[in-house]
Design a protein around this ligand. Structure first.
Ligand code: ADP
Ligand code: MG
Length: 450
């Protein structure tokens, strides 16, 4: 069956998949209305080899395979029925959350502009990512149609709107996961790109009835030429040795993929420091009773390897309130092969962690604050509702507090503005959001609008 012959049918069950950067999530969602839904999901880490594969096929065939596994496990009835007697009625609409910069050309069509977050598959750039996925779904004979292409920030915004309390609509969706990005509701009159499209063709096919449009900011690439962003030797080296030097410079200081790597470079530099009084992990005669042995850094320690420290390590250290930072000491040993670190070293590691995490959160506040200010939102509404998602904001202790602390320091926001900014975690947001958008898309198609 060719792509254009697919016709979608809403059956109450929607599929959503989410390629976020680190993980690939598949979920099915039943929407009950009344702000409730039930969700079944699976998650798999994307193998590193596929992130830098030679062909787009390798990645997208892997994604389709995961969808097949999910269907076999959770919706085998639909799957078997389709194999016995293929029928359009059995097709499931799928919302594809693809969280990389895309030139979106239609509800289920968008060409990849560039890879980010460590992905580098040259062949896929410029291609329609929905068609790439549909092709591999069809090759596996799966009863699934890619009904909508969704950015995770937009999915998060949608999900938060569906679940957030009260009448206030959600204003922004923001991600602090592997990468960082945000989307917000803008007045159509302020979207210059649309004015341009209107001028070029008199049949621009987008809905103008609300006077609003969701804008995906791609703020990960804010200030790529570093006019205002802080730039330490560790930031510089991280960037130079990344697959996309000079790009996503904001993201490289803010999001989960990078914070661990910044820390690794800082710790390594201090470990190799010439001055033994400054250097890390040299303190053989520690005053602690429990660390009388000399600190050792294993030869194969991840400290020596690019991306060797995961950002979850920072969360553990930031949270550590144990005596003599025992937990940090243990984690240094277990995760990094750095054994018997002194308490003094652990305190120093914690200071670095705190600086990196807090800097990230304060920069995150810059992005959020800038959008709030530029849209005059605080002047126009009582409450500014923001949905956030991503492991960093979910798990890093105090991330939201540091964001708020910084927002209060911005004169245009201040104490009063901060009180009216509501930030809520939209857990599983991009999955639910993608399912909601797939639903809207399939309804529109049934009405013959798409
Ligand atoms: P994705 O970006 O693929 O949607 P996540 O939102 O789960 O996935 O974000 C994954 C990123 O979050 C990774 O870069 C990982 O290092 C980081 N991360 C995972 N667990 C934690 C944690 N406990 N604290 C801070 N960061 C974390
Ligand atoms: Mg995500």
């Amino acid at each position: 069956m060719s792509n254009s012959e697919h016709c979608s049918h809403s059956q109450g069950v929607y599929l959503a998949v989410d390629l976020g950067g680190t993980n690939f999530r598949v979920c099915s969602i039943v929407l009950h209305g009344n702000q409730t839904f039930s969700l079944t999901h699976s998650k798999v880490a994307v193998p590193h080899a596929l992130m830098e594969a030679t062909t787009a096929y390798e990645l997208f065939a892997f994604l389709a395979k995961q969808i097949e596994l999910f269907l076999r496990t959770h919706h085998n009835d639909k799957f078997e029925a389709h194999l016995r007697r293929p029928s359009l009625q059995q097709y499931l609409d799928l919302g594809f959350t693809f969280s990389f910069p895309v030139n979106q050309l239609g509800i289920n069509k968008g060409k990849l502009i560039r890879w980010t977050k460590g992905f580098d598959i040259e062949e896929a750039v410029g291609q329609d990512v929905c068609a790439l996925l549909q092709k591999e779904l069809d090759a596996l004979n799966l009863p699934v149609i890619v009904a909508a292409l969704v950015n995770d920030t937009v999915g998060t915004l949608m999900a938060r709107s569906y679940t957030s309390p009260g009448k206030t609509g959600t204003f922004m969706g923001a991600i602090f996961g592997t990468g960082t990005n945000g989307a917000y509701v803008e007045k159509l009159t302020r979207v210059k790109k649309m004015a341009q499209i209107d001028a070029e063709s008199d049949s621009a096919s987008y809905d103008k009835s609300t006077g609003l449009m969701i804008v995906n900011t791609e703020w990960g690439s804010f200030d790529n030429n570093l006019k205002v962003l802080p730039d330490t030797p560790y930031d510089k080296a991280l960037d130079t040795e990344s697959v996309n030097p000079g790009i996503q410079m904001f993201e490289k200081r803010v999001s989960g993929m990078f914070l661990g790597e910044i820390l690794r470079r800082a710790i390594l530099a201090l470990y190799e420091h010439k001055d033994p009084n400054v250097a890390f992990f040299r303190d053989a005669s520690s005053a602690d009773n429990d660390t009388s042995s000399t600190t050792t850094v294993a030869q194969d320690s991840p400290l020596y390897k690019q991306w060797g420290i995961d950002t979850s390590f920072l969360s553990i250290v930031e949270e550590d309130a144990s005596d003599h930072l025992r937990i940090t000491k243990q984690t240094l040993g277990k995760d990094l092969g750095i054994h018997a670190a002194s308490t003094e070293d652990c305190v120093a590691v914690k200071t670095l962690v705190h600086a990196i995490g807090k800097r990230a959160a304060r920069l995150a506040a810059v992005a959020l604050g800038a959008v709030v200010i530029s849209t005059n939102k605080l002047q126009e509404d009582d409450i500014v509702d923001i949905g956030v998602d991503g492991s960093l904001v979910e798990y890093y202790p105090g991330f939201e507090d540091y964001i708020r602390e910084a927002l209060r320091e911005i004169p245009e926001i201040g104490l009063e503005g901060d009180k009216r900014i509501r930030i809520g975690l939209a857990k599983d947001g991009s999955g639910l959001g993608a399912a909601l958008i797939a639903l809207v898309a399939s309804k529109a198609e049934e009405r013959g609008e798409a």
